[in-house]
Design a binder for this molecule. Structure first.
Ligand code: URA
Length: 198
């Protein structure tokens, strides 16, 4: 059994926070174990909770369109969330729920070791840059520990605010360049610095 499949079994048995009482299905994440890109959203919504799969509702349809812009299909990338179970009424995840779920995403990342972690929205951004606002840091690759993070707005934001659509699309279109620069061995700025190359 693959390391990810074993991890999914552990996640399915998780009872570490009260969201277990509300969920229909746990949504661990999906994608290849050797994915170069790992996208991290916030938490499952209604559709995801029904199907046990991440980003399968309206925000997911937009994410699929965004991936198509860079010639990627969802099967080629890894898609996960900060929180693996749907909060009731889609409320914001609570700090204790985020903390309880923390280890699962850490372990997914350790197994996959993606080239770039793309954070979608403020909850996944906060995991890597707790003191940064999305409007300042979106579209800028930064090194965090062993990994390169690339913050983006959440695709659902464009569904509520049309003006963000172009920004999200433009940020997505930069991702192949980031991968290309990494392949060439370019240095990525650490934490709060920014390099024009990226
Ligand atoms: N929004 C998220 O953050 N994640 C999903 O899986 C779906 C919608």
């Amino acid at each position: 059994m693959s390391a990810l499949t074993e991890l999914y079994k552990e996640i399915a048995d998780c009872r570490d926070c009260e969201l277990v009482k509300h969920r229909t299905k746990v949504v661990p994440g999906e994608g290849p174990e050797d994915a170069e890109l790992l996208f991290v959203g916030e938490a499952p919504g209604w559709h995801e909770d029904q199907q046990g799969r991440p980003f399968v509702g309206p925000a997911g349809q937009f994410l699929d369109q965004l991936l198509a812009l860079i010639g990627q299909k969802r099967e080629q990338v890894y898609i996960a969330n900060v929180i693996k179970c749907r909060p009731p009424q889609n409320r914001d995840p609570l700090p204790r729920e985020i903390e309880a779920c923390r280890t699962w995403l850490d372990r997914q990342i350790e197994i996959i070791r993606p080239k770039v972690i793309v954070t979608l929205g403020r909850y996944s951004l906060a995991r890597y840059f707790p003191n940064e606002g999305i409007s300042k840091v979106h579209g800028k690759a930064r090194k965090v520990g062993d990994f390169v993070c690339y913050p983006m707005y959440h695709p659902a934001a464009a569904l509520h605010q049309n003006s963000l659509r172009q920004i999200i699309e433009a940020d997505m279109l930069q991702i192949p360049r980031v991968l290309d620069q990494l392949a060439k061995g370019a240095e990525v700025p650490a934490e709060s610095q920014q390099l024009s190359l990226f």
